[in-house]
Design a protein around this ligand. Structure first.
Ligand SMILES: *Cc1c(COP(=O)(O)O)cnc(C)c1O
Length: 508
């Protein structure tokens, strides 16, 4: 480019700057929001109302890939949106189906989902008070309500809202580690002290992950044996802790479950709180599943001892029926919350003594940008009261107990445990089922039922025993639906035995 061209382009740039052509942004028209919501509303109403529809329809990965690609190829934005909404409702899991009995995903209180759309358009990023005042205020109000239920003096504990039980667990382990080992955040784990974390054999996988992530090494997990109800056995736990101590190990944290993912078992929290307090071990309870029992007068005694934990988490997106992710992480002593993350970042956190900075959660949770999910919970609670959660929890727990009683009374079914929450593992063992194929039979039942789509249960293996797993998250499931499920399992079992008999004849 010669000098003449250069100066000309400079002049043009200046002219453009002086008289900008305002671009057209039809994509950002506010009316797009309301018309999209209208479209969604039209399709979601019949979807939510039809509780008899299938819980899932299995798809092949390639089929899903091409369906999504085809929608993208439609060209016209309105057609794409319309087809996309249809596809969402056709794939995935239908949580309002009365055949959905498989997993811990919760159907949500409708209004709590609707405000997700509001908070997406008018966000309140929740780590920072300046831009997210309301979620930070909601944290405090929720903490107050829970403190009352826990019999905690209001001013001593604290509540951090974070994105999922997995993240809450690692955050609590960091607080435990940094509270025990003073210089750990800056210098790393002390080498000579051989630190360990104790947890039950059924602890959620996120805890083993957390141990790996925080640099402790998963070999340094002290696995605590379970009793026949799949709870940590306190006597054995105390013995193992003392043995580890005698061997020069520093067990600095014990993790219990309140509502283990597999069976819903609740560890003996009171006794474990006592054992850990005596030995100056941080007591964390993974109450992601059943911590919500605090909200029910009838169920609260089941989680007695939770108030003695140094920290515990509770997944509101599971058993408080608000959109994912919304996890509450409680600390009995507020100061401990500051120890999980200790780095300074003045560009985001400002001055440490600033009134706003003290009020906001940013320094105490993992996330930088964070959903204002405390608001979904606060609003639902404010509109309908604790009673809504209590009624639904009581109901789904009662139906699960009823399922247990029906199963226990049936000669061809075996319940593997008394349900402690809304989870029940059981086996179908019809006459004529060869003992050596009983495990494989459960797996085959699960596979065929899921493929058929009429009943959606999950499956698991407990110490080498395969079982079906019932999880009641939908309050519209009745005893009739449980009866229908058992009849469906029976019919499928019959079919499998028939097929096996035929195969046997072929083989012979
Ligand atoms: C679901 C669950 C978790 C994990 O929580 P996410 O919110 O899915 O990350 C951890 N522990 C228990 C006991 C759970 O049930």
């Amino acid at each position: 480019m010669n000098r003449f061209d250069q100066s000309k382009s400079k002049v043009r740039a200046v002219q453009n700057w002086a008289r900008p052509v305002l671009p057209d942004w039809p994509e950002f028209e506010p009316t797009n929001f309301t018309s999209a919501l209208d479209l969604i509303a039209k399709q979601i109403e019949p979807y939510l109302s039809d509780t008899s529809s299938k819980a899932i329809t299995l798809h092949r990965p390639n089929e899903v890939l091409s369906q999504l690609r085809n929608i993208g190829d439609l060209g016209d934005p309105n057609l794409i949106l319309q087809a996309f909404i249809e596809l969402v409702l056709r794939t995935g899991v239908n949580l309002t189906s009365r055949q959905y009995m498989a997993r811990q995903f919760s159907s949500v209180v409708p209004v709590s989902a609707a405000i997700d759309a509001l908070l997406a358009m008018a966000p309140q990023p929740a780590s920072f008070f300046e831009v997210g005042p309301l979620p930070n205020a909601a944290d405090k109000l929720l903490h107050k309500e829970f403190s009352r239920l826990l019999n905690w003096p209001e001013e001593t504990g604290t509540l951090i809202v974070t994105s999922g039980g997995s993240l809450a667990n690692i955050t609590a382990l960091l607080a435990a580690r940094n509270s025990t080992f003073d210089q750990c955040w800056t210098h790393g784990l002390p080498r000579g002290l051989k630190p360990m974390i104790a947890m039950g054999a059924d602890a959620h996988y996120s805890l083993e992950r957390a141990v790996g992530i925080i640099g402790l090494g998963t070999d340094n997990i002290l696995r605590l044996p379970l009793n026949e109800r799949r709870q940590i056995c306190p006597i054995q736990a105390a013995r193992l802790l003392d043995e580890a101590h005698a061997a020069g190990r520093r067990v600095f944290c014990l993790v219990a479950s309140a509502g283990a993912t597999a069976t819903g078992a609740i560890d003996p929290l009171e006794e474990l709180a006592h054992i850990t307090a005596e030995r100056e071990i941080w007591f964390h309870v993974d109450a992601a599943h059943s911590g919500a029992f605090l909200l029910s007068d009838d169920l609260r005694p089941r989680v007695a001892g939770l108030e003695k934990a140094d920290s515990f988490c509770l997944d509101a997106h599971k058993t408080l029926f608000v959109p994912a992710l919304c996890t509450l992480l409680f600390y009995r002593n507020a100061a401990a919350a500051d120890r999980a993350f200790q780095q300074e970042a003045p560009y985001v956190f400002g001055e440490a003594h600033d009134e706003m900075v003290l009020f906001e959660s940013g320094a105490r949770n993992f996330e930088c940008t964070k959903r204002a999910s405390a608001l979904n919970l606060w609003l639902t609670w404010a509109m309908y009261g604790r009673r809504l959660f209590e009624r639904k929890l009581d109901y789904i727990v009662a139906i699960t107990q009823r399922a247990h009683d029906l199963i226990a009374a049936a000669p061809d079914f075996v319940a593997l445990h008394q349900p402690e929450s809304n989870i029940l593992c059981f086996r179908h063992c019809p006459p004529g089922l060869p003992q050596q194929r009983a495990n494989y039979f459960q797996d085959e039942l699960h596979r065929r039922l899921r493929e058929d789509g009429s009943i959606f249960l999950s499956r698991l293996s407990l110490d080498g025993v395969s079982a079906l797993r019932l999880v009641v998250m939908n309050h519209q499931i009745t005893e009739n639906d449980i009866q229908a499920m058992l009849a469906g399992v029976r019919a499928m079992g019959n079919q499998i035995l028939k097929d096996w008999a035929q195969d046997g004849e072929h083989a012979a």
